[in-house]
Design a protein around this ligand. Structure first.
Ligand SMILES: Nc1ncnc2c1ncn2[C@@H]1O[C@H](COP(=O)(O)OP(=O)(O)OP(=O)(O)O)[C@@H](O)[C@H]1O
Ligand SMILES: [Mg+2]
Length: 603
């Protein structure tokens, strides 16, 4: 086989490739620039962007500024004013520490920095194109720094191609901006899109005020629960929604660690879990959790984007947040029964279930989340069944089983439904086998398949709404919907712009559940589309739409079913050759042979 000889890449090419690691897109660049402005002690930060930040991203702060002589160093790899030795890495109190961000940005763009420190009489300017300094001159400026980045990835076409539409890139910029604004209530901040103000915050004296500004709520609003935890090694300030808030997506779920927006699955999971039995499981609360830990307990030097952090006492923190929220609900008398979640994993019942894994015919469908996580979630949810009864009443009305009312004629031959246990599982038998079917998962799977087939086989039929539906959105969200029009049309959703901030829908596809709350369903689909990154893939949009509808509008655990309903469900599962796992990949049929029982009873 022909093989190229090994050559050293020219430094400029190597730098460009490395820069792509740190700066993935305009949003990651904004994150770095905001961090620098925050580290500089600024109390005012203004951002402007053109074409989603690809053509231009400018950020102005009134912080410490950079000395004229040090301007070239600020663009040099591994040059930082924030740490000076390896030991400093053990306790990082600034957001930056690698001395990589500006150098990386300058390698793949046209960058200009104008800056002045308060001790110098005049300021300076430096311009670099693709990592080459082309100007370094004195320049009059007020105290602070203004950085303008133009033409991101002009010399890295592979990266440029990988960027999304401008509206999507702006959406991502705004996400980074909002998270940063929420983390820094003591800084006035604003962001513009093509010179038009999109979001701005006045500096305020406490976190709560900033969160209320963000949510657009008045200070008198008491939908927010406030929790404070103070322990020896950490403290938490948490604002979260009460039981009146139910969102379809994880929007407004924020975690901050020592002033840094972070993602942490364990902590996020325990907060969501604290709402078990208080809001329906498919809904999300909103929360803003500000965690402060001794710097020694955190390792931020895990990933080039600094998004991932390692927390040494993560379990202890998530445990106390969970308990604190549950206590609030107890005080509010929101918990209907005792907490069934504790130690559910050690519960005998679930061990038995696992023993039968070999009986399942499994297929891998949908997302591949980690097995143990799913089992955990699954077992928690099943135990909620009784608590969730109230919500299920509504979902029964909403249930979409369009053909379940059909006359089903020939089912005597195969599987026979025997009854329901715990209002959650169907018992059935066929020849010398018995089955236990998870009813929600089975309905969900069935509905998923039917909607999926309808869309993919282009068998869409429509119904005219009596009253056209008008939905309000922010203008940049409407941009995203309009960019995605073709894909949204492909799943049968047609809309027209009604005004700058609203759209109108006149026909809806028949596969949607029959309900008066059709606006909720469309909003679920749109919110999902806006918040998730499915712009470029019709396949992903179809799957997430099927998932959303099938999961939310199928009968749940806890819904009582008649023998007739059960029999029809089984019939349809059989006749449509439905795989025996739900769209999330969980098996939903447990099969036990007569032989097995005979053995167990020593027959
Ligand atoms: N807005 C700013 N105001 C004042 N100084 C700044 C600003 N932006 C950058 N600097 C200076 O330039 C240096 C380089 O910035 P850069 O972002 O590349 O590295 P860093 O922040 O030290 O580390 P990291 O790569 O982790 O962000 C900083 O250490 C800081 O001294
Ligand atoms: Mg930095």
């Amino acid at each position: 086989m022909y093989k190229n000889s090994i050559k050293l890449l020219p430094q400029s090419v190597a730098n460009r490739i490395a820069a792509g690691e740190v700066i993935e897109r305009p949003a990651s660049m904004l994150k770095e620039l905001l961090e620098n402005a925050i580290d500089s002690g600024a109390t005012n930060i203004d951002v402007n962007s053109m074409e989603g930040g690809t053509k231009l991203l400018a950020i102005e702060d009134n912080g410490s500024g950079i000395n004229f002589d040090e301007l070239p160093l600020s663009l040099t790899h591994h040059a930082t004013s924030k740490i000076s030795s390896l030991n400093d890495l053990d306790a990082i109190s600034t957001l930056g520490f690698r001395g990589e961000a500006l150098a990386s940005i300058s390698d793949v763009s046209h960058i200009e920095i104008i800056s002045k420190t308060k001790d110098s009489t005049s300021g300076g300017k430096i311009v670099s194109h693709g990592g080459k300094i082309i100007e370094h001159t004195p320049h009059a400026y007020v105290n602070g720094t203004k950085i303008t980045v133009k033409n991101l990835f002009y010399n890295l076409p592979a990266r440029f191609k990988f960027l999304k539409t401008n509206s999507r890139e702006f959406f991502l910029l705004k996400e980074v901006f909002e998270a940063s604004a929420l983390a820094n209530h003591n800084i006035s901040m604003s962001i513009k899109n093509a010179d038009r103000m999109v979001s701005s915050y006045k500096k305020v004296s406490c976190i709560r005020e900033r969160v209320l500004d963000y949510l657009g709520l008045s200070p008198s609003n008491d939908n927010l629960i406030e929790v404070e935890i103070t322990k020896e090694t950490f403290s938490v300030y948490l604002l979260c929604s009460d039981t009146s808030v139910m969102q379809a997506t994880r929007k407004n779920n924020f975690l901050f660690l020592n002033g840094r927006p972070i993602e942490n699955r364990g902590i996020a999971y325990s907060i969501k879990n604290a709402y078990t039995g208080v809001i329906p499981r498919e809904k999300y609360p909103y929360y803003f959790a500000y965690i402060t830990i001794n710097y020694e307990k955190v390792d931020v030097n895990v990933h080039p984007s600094k998004k991932e952090v390692r927390i040494k006492n993560e379990r202890e923190i998530s445990g106390s947040i969970y308990n604190a929220i549950r206590r609030e609900f107890e005080k509010m008398n929101k918990l209907v029964t005792v907490d069934l979640n504790s130690d559910i994993e050690n519960n005998h019942h679930f061990n038995v279930t696992n023993d039968y894994n070999s009986f399942f015919s499994q297929s891998n469908y949908g997302n591949n989340e980690s097995e143990s996580f799913i089992n955990r979630v699954n077992s928690d949810f099943n135990s909620e069944a009784s608590i969730l009864n109230d919500y299920n009443k509504e979902s029964i009305e909403l249930n979409i089983n369009p053909n379940l009312n059909e006359q089903v004629s020939n089912f005597g031959a195969s599987t026979r439904a025997l009854g329901q246990v715990f209002s959650s599982y169907i018992l059935a038998e066929r020849m010398d086998e018995m089955y236990i079917i998870d009813q929600h998962a089975a309905y969900e799977r069935l509905n998923y398949e039917r909607i999926y087939k309808t869309i993919v086989n282009k068998k869409l039929e429509y119904e005219k709404l009596l009253i056209p539906l008008e939905l309000e959105y922010r203008d940049y969200e409407i941009d995203i919907l309009i960019d995605g029009k073709e894909n949204l049309n492909s799943i049968g959703i047609y809309f027209e712009m009604n005004s700058k901030t609203s759209i109108i829908i006149e026909d809806i596809p028949l596969y949607l559940p029959k309900t008066t709350k059709i606006d909720f369903i469309i909003k679920d689909i749109f919110d999902n589309y806006i918040s998730k990154d499915s712009t470029d893939s019709l396949e992903r949009l179809i799957k997430s739409t099927c998932n959303t509808i099938a999961c939310k509008y199928s009968p749940k655990a806890g819904d009582r079913l008649s023998i007739g309903d059960m029999q029809k469900l089984i019939y349809l599962l059989e006749s449509e050759n439905i795989l025996t796992s739900c769209p999330h990949g969980r098996p939903f049929i447990l099969r036990i042979s007569k032989n097995y029982l005979d053995n167990k009873f020593l027959r």
